[in-house]
Ligand binder design. Structure first.
Ligand SMILES: *Cc1c(COP(=O)(O)O)cnc(C)c1O
Length: 436
């Protein structure tokens, strides 16, 4: 299948090119030229399939023409070594827990899938491939853990010194093997600048095979559709959807997760309504209300993975619906919440139901509470384990109420290994030039 750019100013590319390049050369985002629908009978029987079987059927619709069937199955199965279970939280309200992967956040699904797909496309390539990724925290850990141990690929994670949490830092500095962490004396923007400059450097690109693992990569973003289908199947299996319509609430920052849900809907998944739950970074919320899209610098909140002022996947949403504000604002309803509302919700949900939300999931939960009608069933995406935000969550529900999962404890015990790097390009170029 071919992929086109949302800016429509560059020729279409193959899946392999889209995955290796990440961003189109006209700075647009890649979109598949077709979205194939499932037949109604697929949905009638979907509850008889396992998560992995469903994911494979979905993957086949996107990647079936370009990836050998047995390889695709292998990529799907080795990506999904963990479950994304549905849990009841309140009457008609369910949580889709996306935090059972290695770094305890939903980005593991796309990170792992992309690593394996890239490995598939670059197999037989004699040259070592170098993945450069700048991170403000969570992306680095998802990409590093996704690529950990993948042969022929080395990942270099650039992160701003002193500006990521200890938990986040431990998730990409303690891995070793084919992962190197570079602690940059600067900001996240400096890290991103170093990466971008490296991609433009002719000398480096002559010597090395460099690629990015940006969150806008189609191989990271499309696989997120898998768990929407699975959530539907598991609710149907329990008989919960009889005579009820499904509402899905997505805590959103860059809107990649929600866009994958919209793709699922375009493929026929019976979702009545999507809710986009934001923190105080509300540019899409304002667009949905007014039709005016005005990106602006992000503000810091306690749901910091959604502190995005210019959501990159918004371009995909516009493209998907031919820039129609009327259509987009009917498919997606927007909500936004202050830090105070987020704290209050974490507390209320915990005291009333015993369920522990993280600050992002709490936004999703609130949106459902505001929207849901009695003839509907709501599901909100729990995008991270609450222990990833222990300080915030414990301050609300009390010390000792946020158990540290085994996986996180193991990261915290590991030894930090990182290379100090200045923010000027010369030293980064010297570092890269010494690689093979
Ligand atoms: C990345 C992230 C989000 C936002 O997801 P987008 O796809 O960028 O909208 C929400 N919650 C958590 C925990 C995240 O890490």
């Amino acid at each position: 299948m071919k992929y086109y750019s949302t800016n429509k100013n560059t020729p279409d590319v193959t899946l392999k090119e889209a995955v290796v390049k990440g961003l189109a050369s006209d700075n647009g985002l890649f979109m598949p030229e077709r979205i194939e629908k499932f037949s109604p009978s697929f949905f009638e029987n979907i509850h008889k399939l396992s998560f992995n079987e469903i994911a494979f059927e979905v993957a086949r619709k996107f990647f079936g023409e370009d990836v050998e069937e047995s390889n695709l199955k292998e990529i799907v199965n080795s990506t999904l070594q963990f479950d994304c279970p549905v849990k009841q939280v309140a009457n008609n309200t369910y949580s889709l827990e996306l935090f059972h992967g290695p770094t305890l956040a939903f980005k593991d699904v796309g990170g792992r899938f992309m690593a394996r797909l890239l490995n598939y496309f670059l197999a037989g390539n004699k040259k070592q491939v170098h993945v450069l990724v700048a991170t403000s925290g969570d992306t680095g850990s998802a990409v590093a853990n996704g690529f950990l141990g993948v042969e022929g690929i080395h990942v270099h994670v650039l992160y701003p010194k002193g500006k990521v949490s200890k938990i986040q830092e431990s998730q990409f500095t303690t891995l070793g093997q084919n992962i190197t962490a570079l602690e940059v004396d600067g900001t996240f923007d400096d890290c991103q600048h170093l990466v971008k400059t490296a991609f433009l450097d002719a000398e480096l690109n002559k010597k090395l095979l460099l690629t990015s693992a940006n969150s806008i990569n189609v191989a990271r973003f499309l696989p997120q559709a898998f768990y929407y289908f699975n959530a539907y199947a598991r609710l149907k299996e329990k008989g919960i959807l009889q005579n009820k319509k499904l509402v899905v609430s997505v805590p959103s920052g860059n809107f990649g997760n929600l866009t994958a849900g919209l793709f699922a809907k375009e493929m026929g998944l019976p979702v009545e309504q999507f809710l986009a739950a934001n923190n105080e970074n509300d540019v899409v919320y304002n667009y949905l209300k007014t039709g005016n899209y005005t990106p602006r610098p992000s503000v810091e909140t306690i749901a910091n993975a959604m502190d995005v002022g210019a959501p990159s996947n918004f371009a995909r949403i516009l493209d998907l619906y031919n820039h129609s504000h009327e259509k987009i604002s009917s498919v997606i309803k927007g909500y936004r919440y202050t830090d105070e509302q987020i704290r209050q919700t974490i507390k209320n949900v915990f005291t009333q139901t015993g369920y522990l939300c993280d600050p992002h999931g709490a936004c999703g939960y609130m949106a459902l509470q505001e929207f849901l009608a009695p003839d509907q069933v709501g599901i909100f995406l729990e995008t991270a384990h609450p222990a990833k935000f222990t300080e915030t969550v414990e301050a609300v529900v009390g010390k000792g109420n946020v158990p540290l999962p085994q996986k996180l404890a193991a990261f915290m015990k590991g030894t930090k290994q990182s290379i100090a790097m200045s923010k000027d390009f010369k030293s980064f170029k010297t570092y890269l030039s010494d690689l093979k």
